[in-house]
Design a binder for this molecule. Structure first.
Ligand SMILES: [Zn+2]
Length: 255
């Protein structure tokens, strides 16, 4: 059966001398793997569309197992991402998180839009940290994780000073602080942003500029939360963290 679908290339793996296996996140069928025969040869018509992060329209032969890519047409190449080492590291992390955090052949148009929009934004120069935070917060629901960000996990109070309790799965208010000695201290700004990134539609994101300390706080909460609950170990995340510390070092030397 021949099917046409729209997809984003999450990953490509060499297969044999000339082929690639391409993992696509498609709007219609969710995540699927397809064999792109000859795609390792630069002259192949499939090589141009088998590039990481590319958004295109694909025609494939679907089978119960791995389908075969017949044709592809690029819609957005996302080339700016691939030409920048830092942006590539961010996009590779988003792609791996999407890949590892989803099941095959389970359509999720909402997730498709999220990933497409995040790559578009990276490609256009929006702060990659903000994009990554939004994707990480929104992927929680996709993986069946629901932190409580509307009120205190203990007393349900909506006002006060909030910190984040990894153990108790959400915000904890100052009245209940003693219930979790390991709570992560956060500023009101960080609490507001965590909630915003979790609920907000990325398509409506304007320009956001975050202080370095705020980013560090958000990152700390998200990283600890993923460590505790996601069960994922992502190589791209380690690489991204190394890149970031390298970048910080360079920035320090500049000033
Ligand atoms: Zn409370």
């Amino acid at each position: 059966m021949l099917t046409k679908c729209e997809g984003i290339v999450l990953r490509t793996n060499d297969y044999g001398e000339t082929n690639k296996i391409v993992t696509l996140l498609t709007r219609e069928h969710g995540k699927i793997g397809v064999m792109a025969r000859g795609a390792r040869k630069s002259a192949s018509r499939l090589s141009a569309v088998s590039q990481p992060f590319l958004y295109g329209s694909f025609l494939m032969q679907r089978t119960s197992g791995l389908g075969t890519l017949q044709q592809g047409e690029m819609i957005l190449s996302m080339r700016t991402i691939r030409e920048d080492l830092f942006l590539t590291a961010y996009a590779a992390f988003i792609a791996e998180l999407t890949d590892k955090g989803t099941e095959e052949k389970k359509p999720n148009p909402y997730l498709f839009e999220l990933i497409l929009e995040s790559f578009k934004r990276l490609n256009e120069g929006t702060d990659p940290d903000v994009i990554t935070f939004i994707v990480q917060m929104k992927m929680l629901g996709v993986m069946g994780l629901y932190p409580e960000l509307n009120h205190c996990v203990h007393c349900k109070s909506r006002d006060g000073t909030f910190h984040f309790s990894i153990r108790d799965n959400g915000f904890i208010c100052h009245r209940c602080f003693e219930k979790d000695p390991y709570k992560v201290p956060i500023s009101p700004q960080t609490a507001r942003l965590l909630r915003l990134f979790y609920y907000f539609d990325i398509g409506r994101l304007g320009s956001v500029s975050l202080k370095h300390e705020t980013k560090n706080e958000i990152k700390r909460v998200i990283d600890l939360y993923y460590e505790e609950y996601s069960g994922l170990y992502l190589k791209s995340k380690r690489f991204l963290d190394q890149m970031e510390s390298m970048k910080n070092l360079l920035d320090e030397n500049k000033s």
